[in-house]
Design a protein around this ligand. Structure first.
Ligand code: COI
Length: 355
């Protein structure tokens, strides 16, 4: 692979590929052999390198451990029948990482370092990319503060890293969700739009309460009125009501600007569906459930892909959604996305980088 940057590569002497069970992948458990690393010091990103995946050496006063200056991305690479690597919308992830960086006072990553680090890593660990429908290589780029200093201020040093893992489904069956009207994921003016580690930490306790009641995930509502549906903990959410696709808008800064969300909205419009980017209120959702007008509800995310929602708990009642026939929108859009990602149809939107 042609690179213009100096990336030093140290290959592992002991690949873990043979001991990885590709038929029984548990999301996030099997990590590929290598990782990309760059260090930020003296105002620039330097020392670009690929090394065997290994533990990090951190000081106890590392500022990320105390103040959480840490952001990440999630993206995926696929293999087509010819064995070529197909990377889905990597430029969008690179831009979003930098939007998160600005909000969290983290130095932005130049697109060149992100893309060359990523493609060099993927090329080296090509054998880790599954070639089976429903399977892919999940890619986790992240940046975190590394100052060995206990004062509250933006760190002066950081690490940018990328590691990857072969994965299957994040959710192996349709999910049950509970509308959350007590706890808050994100408030206007806060960090909800950023893919900041702390957003996920803050969501764990409320999500655990729902899991104890038997639900897989929460449907978060806005922090001010708790009347508007925002997103779920691991994905954006969409509702098909009377053939109109409704999903929360992103202008409030409280919702993650999902790349799968954006892809689904574009495809839905091309398919001729009416798309409304507006808040669905809890009472609208409840009424639609009572009347049977909610045809489909599903999550969208890189990890979750299209996650069908089977049960919604709202105001003390569990509503079961009807099983989706194969012509349902969510099945169709999943198939259309898979066809693009696995190279079964031509990429007419410039979403795929192939190598
Ligand atoms: C992703 O979809 O890539 C995410 O980062 C969500 C995470 C919960 C796995």
């Amino acid at each position: 692979m042609k690179t213009t940057l100096q990336i030093n590569i140290t290959k592992t002497s002991k690949s873990r590929l043979q001991e990885t069970d590709f038929d029984n992948l548990v999301f996030g458990k099997s990590i590929s052999d290598h990782m990309f690393v760059a260090d930020y010091k003296n105002g620039e990103w330097t020392d670009l390198r690929i090394e065997p995946y290994a533990p990090l050496h951190l000081m106890p006063a590392n500022s990320t451990l105390h103040y959480g200056q840490s952001i990440f991305e999630g993206m995926k690479a696929y293999k087509n029948e010819a064995g070529e690597v197909l990377l889905f919308r990597a430029d969008a992830n690179q831009k979003r990482l930098n939007e998160s960086a600005v909000r969290m006072c983290i130095p932005e990553i130049p697109a060149e370092i992100f893309m060359e680090g990523l493609t060099t890593l993927l090329d080296l660990d090509r054998a880790w990319i599954p070639n089976k429908l429903g399977h892919s290589l999940y890619i986790r780029p992240f940046i975190f503060a590394t100052d060995d200093y206990l004062g509250v201020r933006p760190s002066e040093t950081y690490k940018f890293m990328i590691f990857t893992c072969p994965v299957g489904d994040y959710y192996s069956k349709p999910v049950s969700v509970k509308v959350e009207q007590k706890y808050t994921r994100a408030a206007e003016g806060g960090t909800g739009f950023a893919k900041a580690a702390g957003n996920y930490a803050a969501s764990l306790y409320p999500a655990l309460q729902a899991q104890k009641l038997g639900y897989d995930q929460l449907l978060w509502t806005d922090g001010k009125t708790h009347q508007n549906i925002e997103e779920s903990g691991t994905m954006n959410v969409m509702f098909m009501i009377n053939d109109t696709l409704i999903t929360a808008p992103t202008h409030t800064g409280t919702i993650l600007k999902g790349i799968t969300r954006d892809s689904v909205l574009k495809i839905a419009k091309e398919m001729g569906y009416t798309v409304e980017e507006r808040f669905l209120t809890v009472s609208e959702l409840e009424n639609a459930l009572k009347k049977g007008a909610l045809q489909e509800a599903f999550g969208t995310g890189t990890a979750a892909t299209i996650a069908h929602i089977a049960t919604i708990h709202v105001n003390g009642t569990d509503y079961e959604l009807p099983a989706k026939p194969s012509y349902a929108f969510s099945h169709q859009v999943l198939k259309k996305l898979d066809d693009i990602k696995y190279g079964k149809v031509a990429d007419t939107r410039g979403w795929i980088m192939k190598f």
